[in-house]
Write a protein that binds this ligand. Structure first.
Ligand SMILES: NC(=O)c1ccc[n+]([C@@H]2O[C@H](COP(=O)([O-])OP(=O)(O)OC[C@H]3O[C@@H](n4cnc5c(N)ncnc54)[C@H](OP(=O)(O)O)[C@@H]3O)[C@@H](O)[C@H]2O)c1
Length: 298
């Protein structure tokens, strides 16, 4: 069987970099990686022009405007990248019969509940970023009935900027750190998300499972930012003391959900995924392991 051709946008981000690192191990998928230099989501011509003479079986859209606080003052930019560009990408997919795997976020929810969020729960974003991502999802789902929309949360990786890397740096420099303890979510190792995306594309390509729509993927378990910071400090044996604070003691521009743990039953049962616990995944990341929790050929 010929390998399926996969284009990954946002290739230099956390998720894109993890997909790139896993790609040589996957014989049945032939990956191409692009970032803003080759395909700028702010320019329709740049997106359409890239596809001249090229075609793909899948596009994994890992490109996004992800600066949650900055989005509050850069609404047009956030919506242009996270929503308007999806109209163009969907158009390309429709004309070339390409399957889109689009990544979205737990920030589409208001976080007022206290049980893990299911795909069927009603979104109610509280920030510009969340609203722009929700609009992106809706464009994809309206235009492409065969697309996959994967909502994930609290991504970290050895690549790019993220909370885990920031805490590692600060904890190595300081005696104490104050971290918000009243926001609870599902920290997710971007490598495990990359592994799940690959498994889904393989299932679809092999014809074993193909059930498009919205899915939630995150590492198992729940943690606050404070729990996550404590775990980083414990695993790395830093001497820093982490102190819990309330959200209102750490003012930021964008409002975040208080509770956004994602329910993963649908993705587990549909694709037979085994999902690692957040703490074990964090240990793998901080140990610099390049393995997903299972090897890709199991
Ligand atoms: N990070 C999280 O905690 C989190 C949580 C939930 C969901 N998500 C979603 O997961 C996906 C992957 O996130 P991530 O953390 O890997 O993001 P990331 O590290 O910020 O990477 C995003 C990528 O998009 C690129 N990009 C930005 N503007 C672009 C443009 N105009 N045209 C083309 N590409 C552009 C960026 O390029 P430059 O670096 O050159 O700007 C970067 O390579 C996103 O859809 C995000 O919304 C993330």
């Amino acid at each position: 069987m010929k390998p399926a051709r996969v284009l990954v946008t946002g290739a230099n981000g956390q998720l894109g970099s993890e997909l790139r690192q896993l790609s040589p191990r996957v014989d049945d998928l032939d990956f191409t990686f692009v970032d803003v230099n080759e395909m700028d989501f702010l320019h329709e011509d740049s997106v359409r022009g890239y596809f001249d003479g090229k075609s793909f079986d899948f596009i994994v859209n890992a490109a996004a405007f992800t600066q949650v606080d900055e989005a509050e003052s850069k609404k047009d930019l956030a919506f242009a990248i996270n929503a308007r560009a999806l109209e163009v990408l969907c158009d390309v997919c429709q004309h070339s019969r390409t399957r889109l795997v689009h990544i979205s976020t737990d920030y589409v929810f208001d976080g007022r509940g206290c049980v893990p969020l299911r795909e069927s729960d009603t979104p109610n974003p509280q920030s510009v970023y969340g609203r722009s991502k929700l609009e992106g999802e809706q464009i994809v789902l309206n235009r492409l009935p065969n697309a996959y929309v994967l909502r994930t949360s609290w991504l970290y990786s050895t690549f790019g900027k993220n909370f885990v890397k920031t805490i590692s740096r600060l904890a190595s420099e300081r005696d104490t750190l104050n971290v918000v303890a009243d926001q609870v979510g599902s920290p997710t190792y971007a490598r495990d998300l990359a592994d799940a995306i690959i498994r889904i594309m393989r299932s679809v390509n092999q014809g074993s499972v193909d059930n498009p729509g919205v899915y939630h993927f995150a590492n198992e378990g729940a943690a606050s930012w404070y729990d996550l910071a404590c775990a980083v400090v414990r695993i790395k044996s830093y001497r820093c003391v982490v102190q819990p604070i309330r959200t209102d003691e750490y003012p930021v521009a964008a409002r975040r959900p208080a509770y956004s743990v994602l329910d993963k039953r649908k993705i587990r049962s549909t694709f037979g995924l085994e999902i690692d616990n957040w703490y074990d995944a964090l240990m793998r990341c901080l140990a610099g392991s390049t393995e997903p929790h299972r090897t890709l050929d199991t």
